[in-house]
Design a protein around this ligand. Structure first.
Ligand code: ARG
Length: 460
């Protein structure tokens, strides 16, 4: 393609190598910025009118035509040409084809460097808003399920080994609070994203004295960026958004891992709804938790994107370099896949079936060992000694192959004479929960406090 047609073609005698052209083109992915780029163009046309580059009639025509381009694009009437390196050059070409010189003047005092940085911020803003809604919906579903299971006892595990009884509601709310931290991180990212680079030019600031504060207002930004070099080459906002996504995905991935195990034939504590499962092309009986597995898998991808951004930024010299074009695919993919994953997990949670009996039946009586030790502590035995005593009891039961709770009181007394009949009351799941009603504990009173806190957060 003749370089004269390119927006930067003037100084070139010879056409770009075709492979190079393909290599540099970002339009296949940065067309996602189409709407943001139209908005930025409209605002820039108005800013140019304020300083007399456009008459107000010309600016109106530009804005009207940009709106028509938007409609035509949405209706699939516009096609990209090989000259369109990116969405910014495509929009400029369409405008110029329609308005001649009036269109061609849109790039006055502007660079794609400040344009792309502004477009991306608008795209981020819109997609973070979607993510925040998806997160809130998921938090709502978690509360609803937790409310039903304040008295559903399960074996809380550490090291994937039975540890102490907890309520399923308590377990579920642990994700509410993880996601709440994510939500707060998201709000922070939104705030940090709220500065407008437009007017920074290629790096030095525009030589046309547009009112950047008015421009920022028009584009719904809090304020303009303070430094044009920083503004055109800063990608902290992107790294930060991907970090927020990665952190959400890590949380979802851990939940997914639990639920894949819990829904497997070896547990059957929960049933994943058929809507969120798939079968096997070969084994007719299979119902696989692909929804959860995909969330776990996509987490790897998004953590990878975070590493991509950080590596991308670590060695570039000051101000814009073309490397920065590589920021977009990781950003778009991270936000899009995270939004999807949050919605999928919401679907899984709000349609699953819990088998409370299976959860209860899975409890190994050895789970009450800590409570047995605490029993002795209350009779003035130092905890370390009590731990030893109960440890020996557990060892004895293991050797004899009997459950801890089937030890006779006489046998227990051989380990410590302090054991009395009332010790048997420890071996009830709800009693174990009831002991832990301190703030933040798994007891039902604590849980209802947590639910109140969670609801208050959501009603904000
Ligand atoms: N597509 C480019 C990007 O995303 C736009 C900026 C191009 N600027 C330049 N100086 N070549 O980074």
């Amino acid at each position: 393609m003749a370089d004269k047609q390119k927006i930067w073609g003037g100084r070139f005698e010879i056409s770009t190598d075709e492979l190079m052209e393909q290599f540099g083109r970002s339009i296949s992915f940065d067309q996602k910025l189409f709407h943001a780029d139209i908005a930025v163009n409209m605002a820039w046309a108005q800013a140019l009118a304020e300083i007399g580059v456009y008459s107000s009639e010309e600016a109106d025509r530009v804005v009207e035509e940009l709106d028509q381009i938007r409609k035509d694009f949405e209706n699939g009437k516009l096609i990209f040409s090989p000259a369109d390196e990116d969405i910014h050059s495509a929009n400029e070409r369409w405008l110029t084809e329609r308005l001649g010189d009036v269109g061609a003047r849109i790039h006055t005092g502007r660079s794609r460097n400040d344009q792309v940085a502004t477009d991306v911020r608008i795209w981020i803003r819109e997609n973070l808003a979607e993510l925040s809604i998806a997160l809130r919906d998921l938090q709502h579903s978690i509360i609803s399920l937790a409310e039903k299971h304040g008295q559903t006892v399960m074996a809380g595990q550490t090291h994937l080994r039975q540890a102490q009884p907890v309520s399923l509601g308590h377990y579920l709310l642990s994700f509410f609070f993880q996601l709440q931290r994510d939500y707060e991180r998201l709000l922070h990212a939104l705030m940090d994203n709220d500065k407008m680079p437009l007017g920074s030019g290629a790096l030095a600031g525009s030589a046309f004295p547009v009112d950047r504060f008015a421009l920022a207002k028009r584009l719904n930004f809090e304020e303009p960026t303070e430094n044009s070099i920083d503004a055109t080459s800063d990608r902290d906002n992107i790294t930060q958004v991907i970090y927020v996504c990665a952190q959400i995905m890590l949380h979802l991935s851990r939940l997914a891992e639990d639920w894949i195990i819990w829904s497997s034939e070896s547990c059957l504590y929960i049933k994943i709804h058929q809507k969120f499962a798939t079968g096997s092309s070969m084994m007719p009986q299979k119902k696989n938790p692909d929804s959860l597995e995909l969330v776990r898998g996509k987490t790897a991808r998004i953590v990878g994107h975070l590493v991509t951004l950080m590596t991308l930024m670590k060695g570039i010299p000051t101000a814009y370099v073309r490397d920065l074009q590589e920021d977009k695919e990781p950003l778009f993919d991270s936000l899009e896949q995270t939004i999807l994953s949050v919605r999928i997990i919401n679907g899984v949670i709000s349609t699953c079936k819990v088998d409370a009996k299976k959860l209860l039946d899975s409890l190994d009586p050895a789970l009450y060992s800590t409570d047995l030790a605490d029993y002795l502590v209350k009779k003035n035995i130092p905890f370390r000694k009590a731990h030893q005593i109960v440890g020996r009891m557990v060892q004895y039961c293991e050797k004899q192959n009997i459950p801890l709770k089937d030890l006779s009181i006489e046998k227990m007394q051989e380990f410590s004479p302090l054991f009395q009949k009332d010790v048997l009351s420890l071996f009830t799941p709800l009693a174990a929960l009831d002991k832990r009603n301190l703030y933040g504990g798994t007891g039902p009173v604590s849980l209802s406090k947590q639910i109140n806190i969670a609801k208050k957060i959501l009603n904000g």
